[in-house]
Design a protein around this ligand. Structure first.
Ligand code: BTX
Length: 319
């Protein structure tokens, strides 16, 4: 109800919407409308009320509440179920738990802050309060477990498209899971699975996006950036989430129907890893060579100086 009201006010941004029009649209009494308006005010929205004119929205807070995310979200199931907390250890942990407890496919977990945000291979993900998008999606695809890493590449395409739609900013993909803006890390993606050897129970895709950060800790100052640093303006986080979810759902449907091939083509359009000399550091070795492409499974192919082609399943890439 609150998201519907919010959407109506956002759709008429700058103009008044009468109490009667709202109560007709929501199918509730004028008193109920007034109560919802008060709730929005408590949540930080500035709403002007004028006799005989109705209500209009003056200021939207940059919050990630369920109603803010759902208002104007054009998906069928992704984000229809939102689990929001102000501060968590890691949204991945919560997503794993609620998925095991039966949360449906398409549920998203978001937080304003992570105090123990996770990167890959036990690394940390810096997730300060109120500035970024720290989100985990719960998916339950009927695909073999070995195909799950393709969803990381699909997520990268969805994030690139969502960020472009919400802000106009164009980013690049560095295989397999980094999204760079002007050569610096803007987004990290972490894909985890709950599965038996032959069956996936759920795939939890965590996405960390630096949105309104203006400063980073010393260790990552040189390598990290945010949308605000590059665009020089505050960005609404909920809008970015909505556009990402919409693109993700569209690509995910395509992936489930037609497989990875169409996604691979889109990924290649944004990738800066392929067609250049790279160094790939895996957990066991470091390889230098020419990145010749990715396989249909999303595995990176690296040709070393002897001409041998190596399949890289997971690594950190340097140019
Ligand atoms: P990664 O292992 O590729 O990247 C982690 C590395 O990136 C760190 O070691 C550090 O050098 C650098 N780094 C840490 N924080 C940031 C940051 N905010 N911006 C840029 N660089 C950073 C990438 O792992 C996967 C990250 C996934 C994060 C999401 S947030 C929602 C979900 N919950 C959770 O705990 N993790 C995921």
């Amino acid at each position: 109800m609150r998201s519907k009201l919010l959407q109506m006010l956002i759709d008429h941004q700058g103009h008044f919407v009468s109490g009667e029009a709202i109560s007709n649209h929501l199918g509730c009494s004028r008193t109920a409308v007034w109560k919802h308006i008060e709730e929005l005010r408590k949540a930080g929205y500035k709403l002007e009320a004028a006799p005989r004119k109705g209500y209009r929205i003056i200021h939207q807070p940059n919050v990630l509440t369920e109603s803010e995310i759902k208002a104007g979200l054009a998906t069928r199931y992704l984000g229809m179920n939102v689990h929001y907390d102000k501060s968590v250890n890691s949204t991945q942990e919560i997503a794993h738990r609620i998925s095991r407890e039966g949360a449906p496919e398409g549920t998203i977990v978001v937080a304003d802050e992570q105090v123990a945000g996770k990167g890959r291979l036990g690394r940390e993900w810096f997730s300060p309060i109120g500035t970024g998008i720290w989100m985990s999606m719960i998916l339950k695809p009927k695909i073999p477990p070995q195909q799950a890493p393709q969803l990381t590449l699909l997520t990268a395409v969805a994030v690139i498209r969502g960020v472009k739609a919400a802000t106009g900013i164009q980013c690049d993909i560095k295989w397999p899971n980094d999204i760079l803006l002007n050569g610096k890390k803007l987004v990290g993606i972490l894909t985890e699975m709950q599965a038996d050897p032959d069956q996936i129970h759920s795939v939890i895709i965590g996405t960390g996006i630096n949105v309104n950060e203006t400063d980073f800790p010393e260790e990552i100052k040189e390598i990290a950036t945010s949308l605000k640093i590059e665009k020089e303006e505050e960005i609404n986080r909920a809008t970015v989430i909505k556009r990402i979810l919409e693109h993700f759902e569209e690509l995910y449907e395509l992936f489930l129907e037609e497989g990875f091939l169409p996604i691979k083509k889109m990924w290649e359009d944004h990738a800066i890893t392929v067609g250049r000399e790279i160094t790939a550091r895996t957990t066991t070795k470091t390889l230098h060579g020419f990145a010749c492409g990715i396989t249909d499974d999303g595995v990176l192919l690296l040709k070393d100086e002897t001409g041998e082609i190596h399949k890289i399943y997971s690594a950190d890439i340097e140019f």
